[in-house]
Design a protein around this ligand. Structure first.
Ligand code: NAP
Length: 327
C-alpha cells in the first residue's frame, strides 16, 4: 500500500510517500481501507517529535479518517467488513489502509460523505467531549472560543450553537472572523487588535463569559480567563500558539473560576461508552442539519507536508481533507 512515512522525528519536508506492507489486524483491531483523512495540528507536532505520543519508526501520521472496513480481528463484533466507518487510530491515517483499536471505530453517520466524516472526526469528538463531559454548556450561556476559525474552533462554534448557547468567536484577522460569523458565531473579537478581556466583558454587559474554550494558549489564556464571570470555566484544549501559559491561581480563587483540562484521546480510550454516546450525538446533530464541518480544501497525500507548513503558519481555516483512495 501507499503511505506517507515519517522515518525519524525532524523536518516536515522529510515526509515521503512510499510503498509499504499492508498491516494485519490483531484480535481487538479493525483494518480500514482509508477513503479520506484530515489534517490536525497534532499531526505536525508528532512528526516534529513535539507531541506526547511518539510512535515507533517508520510511522504514518494521521489521527482521523473515514473509510470502509477491510478486515476485523476476532474480538470485533460492532462493525463488519464493508461497513462505512469513521475511525480514530491515533496515527497511521495517511495511508491506503490503517489499523485502529476497535473502540476507536464507529459507524459513519447516515448520509455523511467520507470527506465530511474525516473532517469532523477528531475535532467534533474533542469539542463534544469538552462541552458535554468536561463541563456542561447550558442553553443561553456565553462561550468564548479562541482560535475560532481553526479545526477545533469551527467545530466549537457549531456545537455551542447546537447546545443553544451563545458563541463568542476570537481570532486574529478580519477574514477569519468573517468566516466565524458565517459558521454561526453570535459575536466576534479580534484578539490581536482588541483587548480580549475588555471585549469579553463588553459583549456580556460587563458580566463576563461563562466558558472559555482554549486550543491556543500563550498570552491569550490569562486575558480570556479574566474575561469570565463568577464561576467561569476555562477549558484547556491545546497550545497552538506554542507556549504553555502559567496562570496565577488568585484569578481562579477570586471569582470561583474552574480550570479544566480536556484530553479527548486518553479519555476516549478509558471511557469507550462515553465516546459511543458522543458519536451518537454527532450523528443526531448531523441528521438534524445542526453541524457540517467546514472543509477548506481537499488535497492529495503528496501535498500533506506543504499543508502542514500552512497549518503551522496560521494560514488554514476550517479543515484540510486528504483524499487517500477514490470513493
Ligand atoms: N486536548 C485535546 O483533546 C485536543 C484534541 C484536538 C486538538 N487539540 C489541540 O488543539 C489545538 C488546535 O488544533 P487544530 O487542529 O484546531 O489547529 P488549527 O486548525 O491550526 O487551529 C489552531 C488555531 O490557533 C491559532 N493560533 C494562534 N497562534 C498560532 C500559532 N503560532 N500557530 C498556529 N496556530 C496559531 C490560529 O488562529 P488565529 O490565527 O486566529 O490565532 C489557528 O486557527 C492544537 O494545539 C491541538 O493539539 C487538542
Amino acid at each position: 500500500m501507499k503511505a506517507l512515512l515519517c522515518e525519524a522525528f525532524g523536518p516536515i519536508d522529510n515526509l515521503m510517500v512510499k510503498e509499504t506492507a499492508t498491516p494485519e489486524p490483531e484480535e481487538d483491531q479493525v483494518l480500514v481501507e482509508v477513503k479520506s483523512a484530515s489534517l490536525n495540528y497534532p499531526d505536525a507536532l508528532m512528526v516534529l517529535g513535539r507531541y506526547q505520543v511518539k510512535p515507533p519508526f517508520p510511522f504514518s501520521p494521521g489521527m482521523d479518517l473515514a473509510g470502509v472496513v477491510a478486515q476485523v480481528g476476532r474480538n470485533v463484533d460492532h462493525v463488519a467488513v464493508g461497513d462505512r466507518v469513521i475511525a480514530f487510530p491515533g496515527y497511521g491515517a495517511f495511508a491506503e489502509f490503517c489499523l485502529a483499536p476497535k473502540e476507536k471505530v464507529s459507524p459513519l453517520p447516515d448520509g455523511m460523505p467520507f470527506h465530511a466524516g474525516a473532517a469532523c472526526g477528531l475535532t467534533y469528538a474533542t469539542v463534544i467531549h469538552a462541552f458535554l463531559d468536561c463541563t456542561q454548556v447550558r442553553p443561553g450561556e456565553n462561550v468564548l472560543i479562541l482560535g475560532a476559525s481553526g479545526g477545533v474552533g469551527t467545530a466549537a462554534i457549531e456545537v455551542v450553537k447546537a447546545l443553544g448557547a451563545r458563541a463568542v468567536a476570537a481570532a486574529s484577522t478580519a477574514d477569519k472572523l468573517d468566516l466565524c460569523k458565517k459558521m454561526g458565531a453570535d459575536a466576534i473579537i479580534n484578539y490581536d487588535s482588541e483587548d480580549l478581556r475588555q471585549q469579553a466583558l463588553a459583549l456580556t454587559d460587563g458580566r463576563g463569559v461563562d466558558v472559555v474554550f482554549d486550543p491556543v494558549g500563550g498570552d491569550y489564556t490569562l486575558a480570556a480567563l479574566r474575561g469570565t464571570a463568577w464561576g467561569g470555566r476555562l477549558l484547556v484544549v491545546g497550545f497552538a500558539a506554542g507556549s504553555i501559559p502559567k496562570i496565577p491561581l488568585n484569578y481562579a480563587l477570586l471569582s470561583e473560576r474552574a480550570i479544566i483540562g480536556v484530553f479527548w484521546g486518553s479519555w476516549s480510550s478509558q471511557y469507550p461508552e462515553g465516546q459511543r454516546r458522543n458519536m451518537a450525538q454527532l450523528s443526531k446533530w448531523y441528521a438534524e442539519g445542526k453541524i457540517n464541518p467546514l472543509i477548506n480544501d481537499v488535497i492529495s497525500l503528496d501535498e500533506v507536508p506543504k499543508a502542514m507548513h500552512r497549518l503551522m503558519e496560521r494560514k488554514v481555516t476550517g479543515k484540510l481533507v486528504i483524499q487517500i483512495q477514490p470513493e
